[in-house]
Structure formats: structure tokens, C-alpha cells
Design a protein around this ligand. Structure first.
Ligand SMILES: [Zn+2]
Length: 303
């Protein structure tokens, strides 16, 4: 069944790129409406649906837009909604970015849990993969293979002493695994890159409270890492948030080698361009649940 939150709930944080304070309010939404962002700070509120065709940028984070109105850094909130199986929610934000909070999805999971989850009694649909689909970019790869649930095998490889090669294998994604294994993994960056971003007026809200930062040798955050392989866990978090823009839960085994926001979105488009490789199933209880209400947009995109 489709789910929304039981009551509205708010939080305040700063935008990772703007460094400006921003207020976020999650509202319950009717079945079939999906996840919709609303910029409330503009002269007229602008609604931006959480759908792949609204992606305007994948540089550093995933940004959605409609006309001149953009909503940036949506992926960590979308990952939390996906991880907890929330299909329908109205996300009001009074600035151009979702607040970064601690750089993970943990604060959003806490908010959703505090609001409560409401079963809406309407069937949920999901996309079940029947034949593999793959995208490559040099040594980067995303492939999906048939499976009766959503599972992820993700590998990263950074020539850095704190990271190296890390792999999560065959992790079945459900509420429990998302909350225990994924949702607290933070975004990360290298000091040299962060300094370059700052010089260009970007990542102004980025600091050691919301980003794992490394110099050439080690992690600079005083409390260190939450897991030794926090990096690959955060990549899985980003993947779930980015794939939420498909507008429907997926059943399949995702195998990812060195993914990133741009490749994640290329994969969503490739999947939609191969409608003979999947079927739409109604009410598959093992499926992950993402914004079932956006299925019309999905159907249009796959024609
Ligand atoms: Zn991220």
C-alpha cells in the first residue's frame, strides 16, 4: 500500500552550497501524488516534482528545476523517503536547497519517524526488471539484473589511504537495512577540492559538521568515521535518492562500480529507454517504494 506521513513536520538547517539557513516542512500528501517539492520563498509558490525529467544538474549534488525555480541537494531527503517507503509527500522549502543537516539522511529519517507513517490503502506499483540493463562510462558501470527484491552491490575505488577499494555486496534494501546500514553515512570530500569549491563560491555551507573531509593522508573530522567503509555506504545512499527520481520502486539487483550522480541519472534514462526489459507490477510487497504517484510521467517517458 502507498504511504505518506501522518502529520506535518519541520526542521531548519543550512544549504550546503549557499551556506544560508533554510526551513524544510514535510506535509502529508494524497495517494498517487508522489513526492513534490515546493519553493515557498518565491512571489508565487512553484511546485517541482521529484521526477527524472526535472533534473537540471548532477554536478556535486542532484538539482531539480522548473522554469527558474530550482531545488538542490535533493538526494539525501529522497533516499530517506525511499528507505522508509514514503510514496507521497509535499516538501516545502524556503530556499534553493534542501538543508544538508549532518550530511547524511539520518535527520530526515528522524523527522519522518517523529511525524509517523500513514498507510493510505491504495495499491503501490513497482518496476520489476526482467532482463539486464547496463550503462558504462570508462571504468564506471551500473547494471541491473533480475531479482525479487531491491538489492545493491556497490564498489568504490579511491587512491586515498582512508578509502581505497570498498564494496558492499548484495545488500537487500528495506526499512531496517536502510536505517541500520545506510542512513547515517555522510557525504565526503577532499580538502583540496573543498578549498577549490570555496574559492568559486560553492559549498559555502560545507564544514566538518556535515562533510567527511580528508587531506592527502587522513580524515580530518575529530570523531573520525561512523564506519570504516562509510564512503561506499554514502554512495548507496546517493544511489537510492537518485533512483527515487524514477518515480517508482525497483525490483532488481543493482551492481555499481564507481557511480556518481550523473551516471545514476544516465542509468534511470537507460532503464526507461528499454521498456521490454521490465514490467510494472502492482503491490509487490518486497519492492522498495518510491513515489508511485509519478507513474504517469514514467509511462510517458518510456513510450
Ligand atoms: Zn550524497
Amino acid at each position: 500500500m502507498q504511504r505518506t506521513i501522518a502529520e506535518k513536520i519541520s526542521c531548519t538547517g543550512i544549504g550546503l552550497h549557499s551556506g544560508q539557513p533554510v526551513q524544510l516542512t514535510l506535509h502529508p500528501a494524497r495517494a498517487g501524488s508522489g513526492v513534490v517539492f515546493v519553493r515557498t520563498d518565491l512571489p508565487q509558490p512553484v511546485e517541482v516534482p521529484a521526477i527524472h525529467s526535472a533534473v537540471t544538474s548532477t554536478r556535486l549534488a542532484t538539482t531539480l528545476g522548473r522554469g527558474d525555480a530550482t531545488v538542490g541537494t535533493v538526494e539525501h531527503l529522497l533516499a530517506a523517503l525511499c528507505g522508509l517507503g514514503i510514496d507521497n509527500v509535499r516538501v516545502e522549502v524556503d530556499g534553493p536547497e534542501i538543508p544538508v543537516m549532518d550530511g547524511s539522511s539520518a535527520s530526515f529519517v528522524f523527522l519522518i519517524r517523529a511525524a509517523g507513517i500513514f498507510d493510505q490503502g491504495a495499491p503501490r506499483r513497482s518496476l520489476r526488471v526482467r532482463r539486464p540493463v547496463e550503462v558504462r562510462d570508462g571504468d564506471r558501470l551500473i547494471r541491473i539484473e533480475p531479482a525479487r527484491d531491491l538489492r545493491v552491490t556497490y564498489s568504490v575505488d579511491f587512491a586515498h589511504p582512508a578509502i581505497g577499494r570498498q564494496q558492499l555486496r548484495n545488500l537487500v534494501i528495506d526499512d531496517e537495512s536502510f536505517e541500520q546500514e545506510i542512513c547515517r553515512a555522510r557525504t565526503f570530500g577532499f580538502l583540496r577540492e573543498v578549498e577549490a569549491l570555496w574559492r568559486n563560491g560553492l559549498a559555502r555551507g560545507g564544514n566538518l559538521d556535515n562533510t567527511v573531509v580528508m587531506d592527502d593522508f587522513r580524515v580530518l573530522n575529530r570523531d573520525g568515521l561512523r564506519w570504516p567503509d562509510e564512503f561506499v555506504r554514502h554512495k548507496v545512499l546517493d544511489l537510492l535518492g537518485d533512483l527515487a527520481l524514477l518515480g517508482m520502486p525497483i525490483e532488481g539487483h543493482l551492481v555499481v562500480e564507481r557511480g556518481g550522480h550523473a551516471l545514476h541519472q544516465r542509468f534511470v534514462r537507460a532503464l526507461l529507454e528499454h521498456p521490454s526489459h521490465w514490467t510494472i507490477e502492482t503491490q509487490a510487497p518486497l519492492a522498495r517504494r518510491v513515489a508511485a504517484g509519478q507513474r504517469d510521467a514514467l509511462a510517458r517517458a518510456s513510450v
